[in-house]
Design a protein around this ligand. Structure first.
Ligand SMILES: NC(=O)c1ccc[n+]([C@@H]2O[C@H](COP(=O)([O-])OP(=O)(O)OC[C@H]3O[C@@H](n4cnc5c(N)ncnc54)[C@H](OP(=O)(O)O)[C@@H]3O)[C@@H](O)[C@H]2O)c1
Length: 257
């Protein structure tokens, strides 16, 4: 119960890694506000997590690339919690394409959700993070460190999140710690789509793409949403009180710097 009495906002908490983070925060005593792009679905997932964990969980719509929507999210968090102890910027999209085929709108869409969304949500939730020991965790990616073919817009947006993490950490210390996690591969909807689209672009089978990805991982397996959530909760907790501005790999050894 490391988060008993604390409140947390998790963007993109309806599926995959974000759902696991919201659920584990609730298991560990936090009151959680999770978001998705569909308000009714976000409320349903919040109710499901609340039933599973016995915790206080709310769900609301937030389009993280939209300033008004993010402002409404911050107002909802203020109404529910007054103050916010933990913010997890997890919501993101991935698009795959060859550089020459990426349209400006596709490039801008990825940047708007992944990079600008992280900025907007942080900016607007920040005034609520007044407890003196608050923590922000950004869910970035290994691709933001090493780059990734056919995902150059996604990888660039994830590198931007890492730089935001360091810049925000410098500016907000000592009252607020800011860290990032850099996952490798986790078989969520995002990766299932990745197998299909990459296979189409390269004339391969989806299973070839999966095999190729697995071959890159020294530990020989993909990560699970709950192991990413474990690291996010560690970083958000007092156990990580000496960590800020870090972008920590969790990729089965695929990335080491
Ligand atoms: N899966 C991997 O292998 C992997 C690897 C490295 C890093 N990551 C990172 O981990 C995080 C979670 O990924 P995931 O695999 O769990 O993804 P996912 O299964 O595709 O879930 C994405 C989540 O983000 C939300 N979202 C998408 N677009 C949004 C928008 N414009 N505004 C607000 N919310 C939006 C979705 O809400 P809806 O349900 O409403 O669509 C959903 O809750 C992302 O930051 C991703 O970049 C994933």
């Amino acid at each position: 119960m490391r988060f008993k009495g604390q409140s947390a906002v998790v963007t993109g908490g309806t599926r995959g890694i974000g759902r696991a983070i919201a659920s584990q925060l609730a298991w560990e005593g936090a009151s959680v506000l999770l978001t998705g792009t569909d308000g009714a679905q976000a409320e349903k997932i919040a109710q499901d997590i609340s039933s599973e964990t016995g915790g206080s969980v709310w769900g609301t719509r937030c389009e993280v690339s939209d300033q008004e929507s993010v402002r409404t999210l911050a107002e909802t968090a203020k109404r529910l919690f007054s103050t916010v102890d933990v913010l997890v910027n997890n919501a993101a999209i991935a698009r795959r394409n060859r550089i020459g085929d990426i349209t400006l709108s596709e490039w801008n869409e990825v940047m708007a959700v992944n990079a600008t969304g992280t900025f907007l949500v942080t900016r607007d939730v920040l005034p609520l993070m007044t407890t003196g020991y608050a923590s922000i965790v950004n869910v970035s990616s290994q691709s933001g460190k090493r780059g990734e073919a056919l995902l150059s817009h996604y990888a660039t947006s994830k590198a931007a999140q890492i730089c935001m993490t360091k810049s925000f950490a410098l500016e907000l210390a000592p009252a607020i710690r800011v860290n990032a996690v850099c996952p490798g591969y986790i078989e969520t909807d995002m990766i299932l789509e990745h197998y299909e689209v990459q296979a189409g672009l390269r004339g391969l089978k989806p299973t070839d793409i999966k095999d190729e990805m697995l071959a890159r991982i020294p530990l020989g397996r993909m990560q699970e949403p709950h192991t990413i959530a474990d690291l996010v909760l560690f970083l958000a907790s007092d156990q990580a009180r000496d960590l800020t501005g870090q972008a920590i790999n969790i990729s089965g050894g695929m990335v080491m710097d």
